[in-house]
Design a protein around this ligand. Structure first.
Ligand SMILES: NC(=O)c1ccc[n+]([C@@H]2O[C@H](COP(=O)([O-])OP(=O)(O)OC[C@H]3O[C@@H](n4cnc5c(N)ncnc54)[C@H](O)[C@@H]3O)[C@@H](O)[C@H]2O)c1
Length: 385
């Protein structure tokens, strides 16, 4: 029976707790920690975690609770410190996205993971979704041919109070705006689906949130050989209409699911839907998808529990989390410096280092309000998908 600790019991911690509670034969939550012990106690009671001990600091939980695996669900600026401390204490780690606020911090986490021989998994719960698995399975089948263009709309909407929460809206503690904190889901998916781009160019701005230093909108172009992708990262999109549209040589596929395959007339003009055979073949690959037994955070937790039990690597490891932070960093670097940024980001690139973003990023606005807690439900994932 694995003993589980949760560090940071705010909004997203609920998804972790619910996930672990799905597997009572394999694990038990024995410890919770938060800056606010009352908050941790309230969560303990709400989820009926009878035997769990509440700690008011994470270091004590790591040192004293005797846990085998911790979920770290604190603000991004503390992910590296807590992950490294847990790994060094011989504890497996699931850490929320973004893995850390710099590639340098990600590398320190990876080094701690290698030295400890323990497992490090970075939350990427969208990889554990049937619709996105279908997109990947069809793409991997090769049926659409070589990729020409990809449009990724990581479209979210957040009202002004969103950035009033104490740790949001500053480069120092949130690490960035929606490019880092929201679109990282799609950025991770782009890496999973397409691999690492060779070059990035972007613009970043803040159009609507006058209580945040950070961007609320960025638009990036990513180059993969001759293919291009367009990535919008936003918290200003009403309706949160999120889409991934992949144009291949022979067909287009998209999430939410759709497929189209034109053929050419003798003059090259399109015969709309002309390649019906290919559409049928692609639909058959999509229909052959076997639904996942567990989805989202619970799916990723199931994977980690199995990885620990069998001694294999998790489906989403520290390298994956690092790649996502690297691509986000390249988008910021391009937007701030007005330059094309080439990947991989080398350790001698100033933006590799912790602190450069904080030093050089524009303060779009001064953060005015700061509240410790807020009422209201949180929505995990876009409200439309
Ligand atoms: N995977 C997703 O879909 C998803 C969704 C929302 C948030 N997140 C991520 O989860 C993390 C937390 O976000 P949230 O929305 O739950 O924030 P939150 O503010 O609701 O919760 C964070 C909690 O961590 C606690 N905390 C802060 N510093 C701490 C410390 N030093 N020691 C112990 N506890 C500490 C706070 O008191 C708070 O209760 C962030 O990295 C965020 O990006 C992920």
């Amino acid at each position: 029976m694995l003993k589980i600790g949760i560090i940071g019991v705010g909004n997203i911690a609920d998804e972790h707790i619910r996930g672990y509670l799905e597997f009572p034969e394999q694990c038990e939550i024995v410890a919770l920690s938060d800056l606010s012990a009352e908050k941790a106690e309230a969560k303990r009671v709400r989820f009926g975690l009878e035997g769990a001990v509440v700690y008011s600091d994470a270091e004590r939980l790591i040192a004293d609770a005797g846990v085998d695996l911790v979920s770290i669900a604190t603000p991004p600026s503390s992910h590296a410190e807590f992950s490294i401390a847990a790994l060094r204490a011989g504890i497996h780690v699931i850490v929320e996205k973004p893995m850390a606020a710099s590639v340098e911090d990600c590398d320190a986490m990876l080094a701690a993971q290698r030295e400890s021989g323990r497992l490090l998994s970075v939350i990427a719960q969208n990889r554990f979704r049937d619709d996105l698995m279908i997109l990947k399975e069809v793409l991997d089948s090769g049926l659409i041919g070589s990729i020409s263009h990809v449009r990724i709309d990581s479209a979210w909407w957040r009202g002004l109070p969103y950035y009033d929460l104490w740790w949001r809206g500053t480069w120092e503690s949130e690490g960035g705006g929606p490019t880092l904190n929201h679109a990282i889901h799609h950025i991770d998916l782009s890496l999973w689906l397409l691999g690492r781009p060779e070059a990035v160019v972007s613009m970043i701005t803040n159009v609507q949130h006058d209580n945040a230093e950070v961007e609320d909108l960025s638009v990036a172009i990513l180059r993969y050989g001759r293919a291009l992708a367009q990535l919008t990262s936003s918290v200003v999109h009403h309706g949160e209409r999120q889409e991934i549209v992949i144009q291949g040589e022979r067909a287009q596929i998209a999430q939410p699911w759709s497929v189209a395959a034109d053929s050419a007339q003798p003059n090259g003009f399109p015969q709309r839907g002309g390649n019906r055979e290919l559409v049928t073949e692609i639909e058959a690959v999509a229909a052959a998808h076997r639904p996942l037994p567990h989805v989202g955070h619970t799916g990723q937790i199931a994977d980690v529990l199995d990885a620990i039990a069998t001694g294999r690597a998790p489906a989403v490891g520290g390298e994956d989390g690092r790649s996502a932070v690297e691509l986000v960093t390249a988008i910021y670097e391009s937007g701030i410096e007005g330059a094309v940024v080439h990947l991989p980001l080398r350790p001698d690139d100033p933006y590799y280092r912790t602190g450069t973003l904080v030093e050089r990023a524009p303060r779009f606005y001064r953060k005015r309000e700061s509240v410790y807690d807020q009422d209201g439900a949180i929505i995990v994932g876009a409200s439309t998908v």
